[in-house]
Each structure stands twice: as C-alpha cells, then as structure tokens.
Unconditional design. Structure first.
Lengths: 411, 232
C-alpha cells in the first residue's frame, strides 16, 4: 500500500496546476461551508438567546389548555398554591434546572386619567425573573426594574399615551369571578418591545398582581424555567413531562402541560430554516467535490490509457490499478478539505475578533460570536474525503477493467 | 531443451462490423526455452497479434496455446494478469516507461506491484539489472531525461525484473536509429545468454533479424517460412 500511495502522489504531481486547482476548488467550498455554518450557528444561538433570555425562558409549565387560549389570558386555568408546592418539589429535584419564575398573566386596561388603553400584564417576582430571563433588564430603555407598587410598561404603550417614567397610572383588571378592580402604580421603567409571545407585555410585582386580582391565595398562570445548559432541554422536558403526567384531574386527565421555547416561539421555524440552509450549503459542497474530482479523474484515466495498458500488460492486478486511482481521488479530497478547514478556522477567528455585529429585531449592534465545533469540522473534512473517493470510483473501475491491448494502442 | 511456447493450429479472427477479418491462420510454432526468436513481416502481417496471444493479452479464436506450461485461454482476467506478471516480460516499441517514476523505480515497479519482493532483495535485483544494461549511473533520472536507446535499455531491464520465462518485444527497435537498434538487440541477446530467458521479438527490419536464433517469416497471418540461423 505504501508504494501505491507513493505512486498516487507522484501521479498527482504530474499535472500540478490541475491538482492545485482542484484542491483549491474543494478548499473554497469547505471554507464557505465552515464560515456559513459558524455565522448561521452564531446567529441562531444569538436569536435563541434573545428569545429565551429576554422573555420565554427555556421551558414553560401551564395548566392543560392554557397555551391554546393564551390570547385570552384566562384566569380560570391557573396553577393553585397546593399544586405549585408539588411542582416546586419536582423542579427542585431536577439538577439541570437553574431557576424558575412564577408568573401571573392578565389582560387589563391602563389609564393615565386622561386616556385608557388595553394592556397585557405579567405579575413577576423581579429577583426570580432576573435569573430566568437575564436579558429582561437589558430591555429597559428608561428607568429601572420594578419594585412593589411599580409597573414596567412596553415602549409602544408609553409612546402612544405619552407616559413618562415616574408617572402614576391606574391598572384596571377583571378578576376570575368577573369583578373589576383597579390599582394605582408608578411607572418604574419603559421596556422595549420584542417580537413573539409576551414580547409586548408590561410587568408588575407578583404581590401587586395578587392584590389587583383579589386572590385569597396565589394562583399562577405559568412557570418559566431556565436550565443550566440549553443542551439538556430535551432531557429535562422529558423528565418534567413524565413527572407532571402523574398529576391528574378528576377525569383522570393530565393537569399540566410543558412546552419548550421551540413550541412557544415562531422563531423556532426560522432556526429550522437556518439549519435547512446549512444543509443545502453542505449538499452544494458535496456537489462541488463530486464534480471536481469526477472531472479530474476521468481526464487522468483518459490521459494515462497507454500507461494503464502497460501496467496491466506487465501483470499489475486490476484491484491495484483501481486502488491507485482511488488513492489519487482520496488525496485530492483530503488535502482540499484539510486545507479548507485550516483556512476556514482562521477566517472564523478573524471574523470573531473583528467583532462583527448585526441588528436583530429592535436590538442594534448584537455581537455575533461565530465558532465551529471541532466535531463538525471533522465531519465536513470526512464527508468531502468520502465523496472524493466515491467520485473516483467510476473512473478507477473503468481503468481497472480496460483491455490492455486497446489501452496500449492509445496515443 | 524444453518447449516453452507451443502453438498448434492457432487462428485469430477479428469482427469488423458484420465482417470477419482473419488476422492469424493455422499458426504452428514451437519455441524452445532460452532461444532468441524473431518474427519478421511487413506491417499488418499479424506479428503483434501473435505476440499478444503468446503474451496472454488476448485469446485465440481457434487452436491451442501452451505458454510456460499453461493455457492462458482457460484463465480468467485476473488470473491472466497474474500469469503475465509471473511468466512474461514485455518490451514495447514506445518503451512505455512510467514518466513519474525514476529509472530505478521503473525497473523496481514490477517487483512492487506484481511480485511483492522485500526491499533489500528489490535493491539487489534492480541494481544488478541496471548494471547489466549499463544504466546504473542514470538510476535517479526520469524517462524524459533519457535518449530512446537508454529508455529501451531500461525497458529491457524492467522486462527481466520478475525473472520471467519469456520476454516478448514488439518492434523494440522501430523507434531507434540503426546503431542503437543493434545495440538493443545485442543487449537482449546478452541478457538471454546470462539469464537463459526466452526472447521473442517482432520486427520488419531485415538488418537486425539475422541476430536471432530462429526466424519465422509471417505474411497475411500465415507463417511462410521458419529457419534456424547459424551464427559464426
């Protein structure tokens, strides 16, 4: 095999320019794939981070049917204090859960004594919420995080009504039995709106939410969870779903439902689209490698027909002739993808340290952090090499099956 | 002496569309081991076809061939390749050296690819052959750096690397000038004398054919005359 490798190398050096061009084409393809994968991966992670860290959390727990009627923010599909205690026990027993935040969601009206507008409000514990959605505070454009007796309002509402930080407003809501209640609150801050569910919500303290809804005991609309690593999402989802499935109503139906951020956010489809595009770029790379190698190897076999005839005549076995051509294809693919991977990594590092920023939603200058996992780089190198060998297969088989007499007559 | 090539009533017919074109008709030849045999005839007389049959590169349409004790017609492609590698050396009109390999590597090649031989033994065989053909000092050159005569000397050495029983040379001097042609024929003869290998060559050059021990004259696919040559 060592001799075949040596001869294959020598054969590639015959047409140096063509070999270098083929290696360069494959390298450029690999660089493009690596760069696209790194940038699209960084964009996807940033997007997921923005969505989960600024409002949704990684997972949410609701009573059965709450999410399907989310637009109404029903107050009769809530998690009772007793149920919450059981859920507390379950969540505290899962080490992957970093924190969770209980929320009371409600629809209401907001009045500045001159004008009134509809508003959706989330009652939160600011300390818990800061851990579960760490980007929430960064969304505050003016003012500060709320305390008891204060309200954080979305920018769209404050602009429309001309509200300012520090101003008093009245929040009017219907409680579960239909009676109307109101509460005076001071605007602690103005929060920028983001696209997606709860992206245009105002926030009040959970104790104020209990007061305005006249709750004798706390009843929660949802529990938002943050995991230590998002990679454990599916696992934790499975654990919580399984544990909560044991809690059933009188009709023996599950009381709760668990959703990952993917099910709650329309951006999951965009994330999937990015993955699809990355796959398409990979297919394009495979096509580049396949066509380049096939073209080069067909030419090589045609040019060396007389030599193949000589090799066959002096007794070289067909499988050795086949292996020789396969090795040439393998080296072209391997060196093309290896060189491409090395340059690709350097390009990614340059992009990373050039602090490339993009605008997403209403956020300007979001820093992209492109990176490529080593496993993915290895995979791309391996797939290019394997495709190169596959592309060489047909010309190699053709060479090994050539009639020596006809080959010797050639050229 | 043992018969190393035995052809009985051998014929070869090519199909040209619907037409059968006979290339060889009723060839009967016996060649003894260690002889220096020449087939002479004009272009298209069937010399190359006959050497292709003897060299197990092609199969006959009729008759029987026994080459080095085997009938190549019964062998499958792979077995025929193996048979060639073990029993037959080839010298071509166009030298057919592998351009990316050096002189040394070209001669070494059959030992690597055909008859896997340990490195030390390979070195011994290759250097000995290069010395015999007076090309040892050129061992690191590439074929493109050699003259026609030098290339054919390398081809002679390569043909002998695997110690075959028969060396077939199809018009080995066709691309060489007269003096170089004589030099190559004499080299082949010298190698025959030293190794005892049977050399069979085809030519249309009447001046060099006299160097052979046996001359078979072939015309229109038929052996017209076979004569033994007595060298003074």
């Amino acid at each position: 095999m060592g001799n075949l490798i040596k001869i294959a190398f020598r054969n590639l050096s015959r047409q140096r320019r063509r070999t270098l061009l083929t290696v360069a084409i494959i390298s450029v393809g690999v660089i493009a794939v690596l760069l696209f994968s790194a940038l699209s991966g960084a964009f996807k992670n940033m997007m997921i981070g923005q969505i989960t860290d600024s409002m949704l959390g990684h997972l949410q727990i609701h009573t059965k049917g709450y999410v399907s009627s989310l637009d109404n923010l029903p107050l009769n599909k809530v998690i009772s204090e007793k149920q919450m205690k059981r859920i507390d026990e379950i969540l505290k027993g899962i080490p992957q859960v970093e924190a969770y935040s209980k929320r009371i969601l409600m629809g209401g009206m907001l009045s500045n004594y001159l004008e009134t507008t509809n508003v959706k409000i989330a009652g939160i514990n600011p300390n818990d919420e800061a851990i579960v959605t760490p980007l929430l505070t960064s969304r505050i454009k003016e003012g500060k995080m709320l305390e008891k007796g204060e309200i954080l309002l979305p920018e769209l509402v404050t602009k429309g009504m001309g509200l300012k930080v520090g101003q008093d407003i009245v929040l009017i809501v219907n409680n579960a039995d239909g009676s109307v209640n109101g509460q005076n609150l001071k605007i602690s801050g103005i929060i920028e709106s983001v696209v997606g569910p709860t992206g245009k919500y105002g926030y009040i303290h959970i104790d104020d939410a209990k007061t305005v809804l006249r709750m004798s005991e706390p009843q929660y609309s949802e529990i938002a969870l943050r995991l230590k690593t998002i990679g454990s999402l599916e696992k934790v989802f499975g654990i919580i779903s399984q544990k909560l499935s044991t809690m059933k109503n009188k009709q023996d139906m599950p009381l709760f439902e668990v959703h990952t951020w993917e099910k709650l956010s329309p951006f999951y489809n965009i994330a999937q689209m990015i993955d699809l595009m990355a796959l398409f770029i990979n297919v394009l790379l495979i096509a580049i490698v396949l066509i380049s190698i096939l073209n080069v190897m067909i030419m090589a076999v045609y040019e060396r027909m007389k030599e193949i005839g000589t090799l066959a005549a002096i007794g070289t076995l067909p499988d050795k002739i086949r292996t020789m051509f396969l090795l040439e294809g393998l080296f072209l693919g391997f060196f093309g993808s290896a060189v491409g991977s090395i340059i690709g990594v350097f390009v990614i590092i340059i992009v990373k340290f050039s602090h490339f920023t993009i605008a997403f939603g209403r956020n300007e200058n979001i820093l992209l952090d492109p990176s490529i996992p080593f496993k993915q780089m290895l995979f791309i190198t391996a797939i290019s090499t394997v495709v190169a060998v596959i592309a060489s297969l047909q010309p190699a088989i053709k060479a090994s099956r050539m009639n020596p007499i006809e080959s010797l007559r050639h050229g | 002496m043992e018969t190393v090539i035995d052809l009985k009533h051998v014929s070869k017919t090519y199909k040209l569309g619907e037409v059968d074109v006979p290339a060889l008709k009723d060839i009967n030849v016996e060649i003894e081991e260690g002889t220096f045999v020449s087939f002479i005839g004009p272009s298209g007389s069937g010399k190359t076809t006959l050497l292709n049959l003897i060299g197990a590169l092609d199969t006959a349409s009729g008759g029987t061939l026994m080459i080095a004790g085997s009938d190549p017609a019964v062998l499958k492609n792979r077995e025929r390749a193996k048979f060639r590698g073990e029993n037959i050396g080839f010298i071509f009109q166009d030298f057919n050296l592998i351009s990316v390999l050096t002189v040394y590597e070209n001669v070494e090649y059959p030992l690597l690819m055909v008859k896997e031989t340990p490195k030390i033994k390979r070195k011994e065989i290759v250097e000995s052959l290069l010395k015999k053909v007076d090309m040892l000092e050129h061992k690191d050159k590439y074929p493109s750096q050699l003259s026609g005569g030098q290339k054919q000397r390398i081809a002679v050495a390569r043909a002998l690397t695997t110690s075959p029983r028969i060396v077939l040379a199809d018009e080995p001097t066709a691309n060489l000038d007269h003096d170089t042609a004589f030099m190559v024929i004499n080299l082949m003869k010298k190698m025959r004398d030293e190794s005892g290998v049977t050399f069979v060559f085809s030519t249309h050059d009447t001046k060099i054919v006299g160097e052979a021990d046996v001359i078979h004259t072939i015309e229109d696919g038929v052996i017209q005359k076979s004569e033994k040559v007595t060298h003074g």
